[in-house]
Design a protein around this ligand. Structure first.
Ligand code: G3H
Length: 466
């Protein structure tokens, strides 16, 4: 089908490419191919020496670099991310591949050692798991898919990649390199929406589902596997990362972190700050400074120098946001910045919503958009309780200058989320740090080295000594 850019240039949405409409038949063909490449663990790829697999992946990275400009351009036009951020995503992906290779060399050295325990001589080996289905989101269409694809591949698993629904065209310049660098059936690319992955899952021949996207979609997908309890899942899901702003916060620093934390790529990051709990004595100051900072953000098309706010690529998103904000306002919240709640075609103006309470959808649901809910609290326990009550548990930030007040919140937060940021926004990087979440936010851990473990199993060769 024809792919139009979500961007309006001179009043028009341009055709930026076309994409095959894949169906059940291709999904089953991909399963057939990946199963053949696995061949019950006897295939060329799962039995290949680690150094040979590394060489193929390194060659693939070199081939990727040769098409950097094409990949970046397609990403800009299809997901509307600022040009510099698309370049950064590409470069970060190359760095991720290199770091994965280094981590594997260390892991391989560590796991191929012999141990002698109770008279048993044993060699611990890391072995692949079987066919992996990788599905990444539209906001990091290259990087987040590759953070599962590369570790899965390099550990010896053949893969099917279901490309994101938006952000798929950038896979076209990579197809030849995939075909040249890996044996037949080892990498299979499926274009299409989520439904095209279902026949593959229903076949029962997928060993691991690596999915980054919404919690609801992940639940629906895994139910399509005939034995969902046997399907290993590596999941990065919804989040509602909270910032707790204490009465002692340095407000300039807080707002500067809050603006990038909440609004980078229009808030379309799973790690974005998605709700602010601000002490009542500082709420008006926080809103005034945040509103002023929003007014200074450059907005427009993604290649405009220094642009921060760009159009939203998801069809229907503006209508969803209007409903979300209207519902909050109807229940007593107010829009706290001058152009908040307005939009121009697919460009939604960043919107600060003050007076948010637990009865509003905006309080609990992930907005994935440039909408910033602000809750005013009187006692910090109210903010902590709200984080505890959240169905999500990825990260949180604490802003404050009194070390005792900050320290008092760290332990309670560590048991709710998987990363507590002090006087700084939430984020995934550096990619060697563990990246995961509690509750409905994640399953498994995705850092460079954790991902190698997630896509492999430790096996033993053991002999009784004499
Ligand atoms: O969408 C979630 C991404 O993993 C966020 O990564 O914090 O580096 O933007 P980031």
């Amino acid at each position: 089908h024809t792919v139009h850019s979500p961007l309006y240039v001179n009043g028009e949405q341009r055709v930026i490419g076309s994409c095959p409409e894949l169906t059940e038949a291709e999904s089953l063909a991909a399963v057939e191919a990946v199963s053949k490449a696995w061949d019950n663990g006897r295939g060329a790829w799962p039995t290949m020496r680690v150094e040979d697999r590394i060489a193929r992946v390194e060659e693939f990275a070199r081939r990727m670099l040769a098409v950097r400009d094409q990949v970046v351009r397609l990403m800009v036009w299809e997901i509307c991310k600022p040009l510099n951020d698309c370049r950064a995503e590409f470069d970060r992906t190359i760095d991720y591949i290199r770091a994965t290779v280094d981590a594997l060399k260390d892991l391989d050295r560590a796991s191929s050692r012999f141990v002698i325990e109770s008279g048993i001589y044993a060699q611990i080996r890391r072995a692949p798991l079987g066919p992996v289905l990788c599905m990444g989101p539209f906001n990091y269409p290259l990087n987040e898919t590759f953070t599962t694809l590369i570790p899965a591949l390099i550990m010896g698993n053949p893969v099917i990649v279901k490309t994101p629904r938006i952000g798929k065209l950038l896979y076209a310049p990579l197809l030849e390199a995939f075909a040249d660098c890996f044996p037949a059936g080892v990498v299979n690319i499926l274009f299409g929406d989520r439904r095209v992955a279902i026949p593959a899952l229903e076949s029962g021949r997928i060993s691991v589902l690596a999915f980054i996207g919404s919690s609801r979609a992940a639940d629906a997908l895994r139910r399509h596997h005939p034995s969902p309890h046997r399907l290993r899942c590596v999941l990065g899901l919804d989040a509602k990362n909270a910032a707790i702003v204490l009465p002692c916060a340095d407000m300039d620093l807080t707002v500067s972190e809050a603006v990038t934390g909440a609004l980078s790529f229009n808030g379309q990051r799973c790690t974005a700050l998605k709700i602010f709990y601000v002490h009542a004595s500082r709420t008006e100051e926080f809103l005034a400074k945040f509103s002023e900072a929003i007014a200074a953000l450059p907005m427009g098309l993604p290649w405009k120098p220094g642009v921060k706010i760009t159009p939203l690529p998801v069809p229907g998103k503006i209508d969803d946001l209007r409903e979300l904000v209207d519902e909050a306002v109807a229940k007593g919240a107010r829009i706290a910045n001058p152009r908040g709640g307005t939009f121009d075609r697919t460009l939604y103006y960043p919107t600060l919503v003050a007076g948010v309470t637990a009865e509003m959808r905006l309080h609990t649901e992930e907005q994935f958009a440039p909408v910033v809910p602000v809750v005013s609290y009187n006692d910090v326990s109210e903010a902590a309780e709200a984080v505890i009550a959240s169905p999500f548990g990825q990260q949180a930030s604490i802003f404050g200058t009194d070390p005792d007040a900050v320290a008092a919140l760290i332990d309670p937060m560590v048991n709710q989320v998987c990363r507590v940021n002090i006087n700084s926004q939430c984020q995934r990087g550096p990619d060697t740090f563990p990246f995961t979440g509690r509750k409905d936010s994640a399953e498994g851990t995705l850092s460079v080295s954790d991902a190698l473990r997630a896509f492999s199993i430790r096996t033993l060769v053991a002999a009784k000594g004499s």
